[in-house]
Design a protein around this ligand. Structure first.
Ligand code: UD1
Length: 422
């Protein structure tokens, strides 16, 4: 068991580069299942979720190779259509093989993901959408069992679910006829997936808008593709620059993917300098209170909500955060409150009264983004913060401690018996 130790008060400044988006890389790996041959993915982050997705693909019969940030998936021959519970339980995103297996094999047997610590995270829209495509879906013994070739159909999603949109995209690219996904998610990771599928030979129009139209093709071929830069990782380091005073420059992503976040940082008193693949954040005055509400893209991303709460916890006044995407994402508030933050939760609203100073404390990362947010809180807290449960952080941030250190932070990983590991 490892922990991250942060000594507060060291100024944060410099430049940091972000890798490929976790939430895209995982889906592109699944999409590789759709074509026989070797798919090459570049800019793949070295994080534990990617390693786990590689295990899922290997279980299905694909061969996964890795050389630095280049990952290959040889899906020439698949030997199984089952994603077993022990793998899905470790990473909910592995359910994205459902659509790819239906597309490639016309069969999928994928464990139902349980709840997780940010909410119940249902899969009803995935299932309903596949049924609309003519696939027979049964849920029994804890598994989603899908069988039958998909055919084109009109599917309306009750909510623009990222995962459901991706599964339906992957199930429909090889279907017979035209599929229209209405109220589709518009995240940049959806566009990245649609781009790669297009390079493989799929006919997709409208990705990035609410209506995606897919004309099924007979076969796809393996391609080489670079994963889009991680806007959430970028947002994390921009928050680090904002919570301290910077300047911090973050490179390797498309700033237009963070439009609303950048606007909110400006409203909070930060100065931003935007380039084509970089943003510099700095601040001279106090942090001003700003309200946000999380929404599907292009709204404020729920994945940056706990990081923004950290920022607001030391703002000069009160702010309200409304969480509209995941019902349990406020469990983070209990941990940051242990560091002296003044946060009250009422349903899906959080009322934050800024305090002058956070105080270092032992805290436990409740989830991936919450863990990162606690480390950021530690940067400006008085004294030492020890963040445990950091396996969550390793799921989605490559070299988190090293990157913060390169910005001047006094942060290190330790074994919980006190032995330093990095
Ligand atoms: C993805 C991202 C996650 C991000 C989220 C929203 C990955 C691996 N994860 O998760 O980081 O926070 O998008 O941007 O890409 N829902 C249902 N029924 C369904 C599907 C979803 O009720 O069939 C609900 C969920 O419980 C949740 C909301 O819809 O409350 C949004 O979920 P969704 O957009 O599907 O998120 P994920 O794809 O799971």
């Amino acid at each position: 068991m490892e922990a991250i130790v942060v000594e507060g008060g060291k100024p944060i400044t410099g430049e940091v580069h972000v890798g490929g988006a976790k939430n895209s890389a995982l889906k592109l790996m699944a999409a590789a299942l759709l074509a026989p041959g070797v798919t090459t993915l570049r800019n793949v982050p070295d994080i534990s979720d990617v390693a786990l997705m590689a295990e899922v693909l290997e279980h299905l019969g694909a061969h996964v190779g890795r050389d630095g940030h280049v990952l290959t998936v040889d899906a020439t021959e698949l030997v199984s259509h089952e994603a077993p519970y022990d793998l899905v339980a470790r990473m909910r995103a592995s359910t994205c093989v459902l659509g790819a297996l239906v597309g490639r094999l016309g069969r999928a047997h994928v464990a139902m993901p349980g709840g997780c610590n940010i909410g119940s995270r249902k899969v009803d829209m995935h299932i309903h959408g596949l049924e609309q495509l003519g696939v027979t879906v049964r849920t029994e013994h804890g598994y989603i069992d899908a069988s039958g070739r998909a055919h084109g159909a009109n599917v309306f999603l009750d909510f623009p679910s990222v995962g459901a949109t991706e599964n339906l995209l992957m199930a429909s690219v090889l279907a017979d006829g035209v599929t229209v996904i209405d109220n589709a998610a518009r995240e940049p990771e959806i566009v990245d997936l649609a781009n790669m599928l297009g390079e493989m030979g799929a006919a997709i129009e409208g990705a990035g808008s609410s209506v995606i139209r897919v004309t099924g093709v007979a076969a796809l071929s393996a391609v080489e593709h670079a994963v889009v830069g991680d806007r959430i990782e970028a947002g994390t380091y921009l928050m680090a620059g904002a919570i301290d005073s910077g300047p911090v420059t973050v490179t390797g992503f498309d700033p237009s993917h963070l439009d609303i976040v950048l606007q909110k940082l400006e409203q909070a008193g930060c100065t931003l300098d935007r380039g084509t693949d970089r943003v510099t954040v700095s601040r001279t005055g106090p942090l001003r209170p700003v309200d946000i509400q999380t929404l599907p893209y292009p709204g404020f991303p729920t994945d940056l909500q706990s990081l923004f709460m950290t920022l607001m916890s030391i703002a000069d006044g009160g702010s309200v955060i409304t969480e509209n995407v995941f019902e349990n994402r406020f469990i983070f508030a209990d941990e940051i409150s242990r560091m002296g933050a003044d946060v009250r939760i009422d349903g899906h609203y959080a009322l934050i009264r800024g305090v002058a100073q956070l105080s270092g404390a032992p805290v436990a990362g409740p989830d991936l983004r919450g863990g990162a947010a606690l480390v950021l809180a530690g940067l400006v807290a008085d004294g030492r913060t020890v963040v445990t449960e950091i396996h969550h952080i390793d799921r989605g941030y490559e070299g988190f401690v090293d990157k913060l250190r390169s910005l001047g932070a006094d942060v290190r990983r330790i074994e919980l018996d006190g032995l330093e590991t990095a």
